[in-house]
Design a protein around this ligand. Sequence first.
Ligand code: HEC
Length: 150
Amino acid sequence: MREVMTKSMARNIFYGGSLFFIIIFLGLSFHSHRYIVTTSTNAETLTEEVALGKRVWEDKACINCHTLMGEGAYFAPELVNVMTRWDVQDDPEAAFEVLKGWMDSQPTGIEGRRQMPQFNLTDEEVRHLADFFLWINTIDTQDWPPNDAG
Ligand code: HEC
């Protein structure tokens, strides 16, 4: 057997290894994408209202303080499961009412608690946000967050 590695052997290992791992990477990416589209999300229930709620969420940059599924800022509570936490996940009207109550009463001014700004949202915007929160609440997050408090 040859004692030293020739240039062409090294090159073949480099290209072969790169190709091997690129194929694995593409395979895993494809699998993740399929999993998200077919298993963990409910595309059928994704309505126009849910999309509008997401737009409010983005316009007001709620993510600057909050997280959704762990993504975002760790200043304020995780919100992917907020509708379950409030026990209104099965009742869109109650979800709207309780969210409106929350949004209207900010900032609370309670000493020792972090404050959330007043966004002066219209009822329509709050309703869309409630629809958005209800929808994300149905995503299969594989038990994230680890407890109800987020
Ligand atoms: C400047 C930071 C900040 C921004 C921006 C912000 N929030 Fe908050 N939010 C907070 C804080 C802090 C709390 C917790 C307040 C408390 O517990 O008294 C909170 C709590 C909440 C809760 C209640 C969570 C629970 O578990 O009870 C909801 C719902 C909520 N925010 C929605 C929103 C929405 C919707 C937006 C965007 C329109 C938003 N927040 C933007 C800081 C923020």
